[in-house]
Design a protein around this ligand. Structure first.
Ligand SMILES: Cc1cc2nc3c(=O)[nH]c(=O)nc-3n(C[C@H](O)[C@H](O)[C@H](O)COP(=O)(O)OP(=O)(O)OC[C@H]3O[C@@H](n4cnc5c(N)ncnc54)[C@H](O)[C@@H]3O)c2cc1C
Length: 488
């Protein structure tokens, strides 16, 4: 039996987890290094010190079109912990509600009646929207001009922009319509609403994210030989010394050693001129505690703003890595409210003409405690307001839309802002997103910010992890496709 090849994955978010799942399922001995004391990365929970309850930093939802996330969840055995929402509820401040649900007609006609029923758009607005959608789908998939001028030049008025395009896109892309490009806007509508009947179905976890990416996932990883090391922050990646002009390949390698500077990794087959020296490869990762670990293959799956900090200077300067610094962040604020009684009958609501965009009704999470979570994507406008003021504005707004809120006692509240929630899908953003196969031949990169063809989402992160695993499989002579097809 040949020795299994070894891989180190840096980062235990969904991208790192998906690459670990991809490689471990194919005979690699994987070590996953995560700096925090939990898995899931940005899709994670924390324990509320006041109550001991597991609370998501922010509600995460998926959609039917997220085929790779679905595959990942099924693989590790937690797909049953998401609940598909066959209906979406759109609510305006005057408390009128439109129910958005599919008819039993083939795509793209399945949502036609739902759009016609939207009470917050006039009949003429709906015609404008249909025209805009048709023209958008007609555009080249890679066309990426600024969206707002495009919308205006395609007969969209202030009302359709605010009440239709912005409502969908600000949440889906975590960016405002005046900042995004056409490409990812088109993708949201095409994949989510037009291509397939099931694409638009929103899937909401029925448990906190810490539970979703918890016991079953760990059990799967353990049973496939993945060693998960938490509290194991990586300080830097260490490059192999530049190769001599005629490399003399050594057999073996891939042993894991702590503090072993004598270990020399036999480079995988030379695959072309690399950066940082001819045919460069990584030799090790150095952890923050000073120890080093080595493997045959490496996946760097940290957030985009951490990438270059972990690289040796000669790599950080290379355009492949340096371009990542051009990505800009966009914030998300979540407002968590615990009331003393039920305040909302709907399972969720999309709020029109409101500061909050989505409100999720998490029900009675402890005896006498009813939990709502409000999400504000692209929350730049909240900067400088302070948590108390954000909370006050949101509670006041909810009280108007759902009167029981105004009568209930607010037991506790939390306002959490993730300043670097996602990269911003500005026009032309893809030129800064590297493919997973890096120029360092035993290193692949993964993360929602890499070139996935998707915006920053759990689906994008899982895709990137599968693509990183594919890159390693390909380079190690075991080519296999892991990325799942779109809904057919
Ligand atoms: C508030 C918020 C709401 C969101 N809502 C949604 C949603 O509803 N639906 C959706 O699809 N997506 C949503 N997203 C986006 C989604 O969370 C991300 O796209 C996805 O989780 C990114 O996964 P990742 O693995 O690429 O990165 P991360 O989750 O950031 O994982 C990177 C990991 O690397 C670790 N790390 C960093 N540095 C080191 C180091 N030096 N050594 C070791 N480990 C390190 C980090 O601790 C982290 O665990 C949301 C994001 C946020 C912030």
């Amino acid at each position: 039996m040949p020795e299994p090849r070894s891989a180190i994955v840096v980062g235990g978010g969904l991208a790192g987890l998906a690459s670990a799942v991809g490689l471990a399922g194919r005979g690699f001995r994987v070590t996953l290094l995560e700096s925090r004391t939990r898995l899931g990365g940005r899709a994670g929970s924390f324990t509320d010190p006041t109550t001991g309850q597991m609370v998501d930093a922010c509600q995460h939802v998926s959609m039917g079109c997220c085929t790779n996330l679905t595959h990942f969840l099924r693989t590790v055995g937690v797909d049953h912990l998401l609940s598909p929402q066959p209906k979406l509820y759109f609510v305006t401040p005057d408390r009128r509600t439109s129910v958005f649900k599919a008819d039993p007609w083939p795509a793209p006609f399945h949502l036609g009646r739902a759009l016609l029923g939207a009470h917050y758009l006039t009949p003429l607005d709906k015609l404008r929207v249909v025209y805009g959608l048709a023209r958008m789908l007609w555009e080249r998939p890679d066309a990426d001009p600024p969206l707002l001028p495009w919308l205006k030049s395609h007969r969209q008025n202030a009302r359709t922009i605010e009440r239709f395009w912005a409502i969908v896109l600000t949440s889906a892309l975590n960016e405002t319509v005046d900042r995004v490009g056409l490409k990812y806007a088109r993708k949201v509508f095409r994949d989510g609403f037009v291509r397939h009947r099931d694409g638009f179905t929103v899937h909401v976890p029925t448990v906190p994210l810490g539970r979703l990416y918890g016991d079953e996932l760990r059990a799967w990883l353990a049973s496939h030989g993945v060693e998960v090391r938490e509290n194991a922050g990586v300080k830097r990646l260490v490059l192999e010394e530049p190769l001599p002009p005629t490399p003399s390949p050594k057999k073996g390698g891939g042993e894991r050693t702590d503090n072993d500077s004598s270990f020399i990794l036999a480079p995988p087959p030379f695959l072309g001129e690399g950066v940082g020296g001819r045919g460069s490869s990584l030799r090790a990762v150095e952890l923050r505690d000073g120890s080093t670990l080595t493997a045959d293959w490496y996946v760097l799956a940290v957030p985009f703003d951490r990438v270059t900090d972990l690289l040796p200077d000669e790599l950080a300067r290379e355009p492949y890595f340096a371009n990542v610094k051009n990505l800009t962040p966009s914030p998300i604020t979540s407002v968590h409210l615990w009331f003393d009684r039920p305040v909302m009958k709907l399972p969720h609501a999309v709020l029109i003409d409101c500061l909050g965009q989505w409100v999720f009704n998490r029900g009675e999470v402890a005896p006498g405690e009813f939990y709502l979570q409000v999400v504000v994507s692209a929350a730049r406008d909240l900067k400088g307001l302070g948590r108390d003021e954000v909370q006050r504005l949101i509670v006041e707004e909810l009280g108007k839309v759902f009167p029981p809120v105004a009568r209930a006692k607010l037991l506790r509240a939390k306002v959490i802002t993730e300043h670097t929630a996602t990269f911003s899908a500005v026009p032309g953003v893809d030129r800064w997103r590297p493919v997973q196969e890096s120029p360092v031949h035993n290193l692949a990169v993964a993360g929602d910010w890499t070139a996935t063809g998707w915006p920053a989402t759990m689906e994008g992160a899982v895709r990137s992890g599968y693509l990183a695993a594919e890159a390693i499989l390909g380079r190690s002579g075991q080519a296999e496709k892991l990325v799942q097809p779109d809904l057919a």
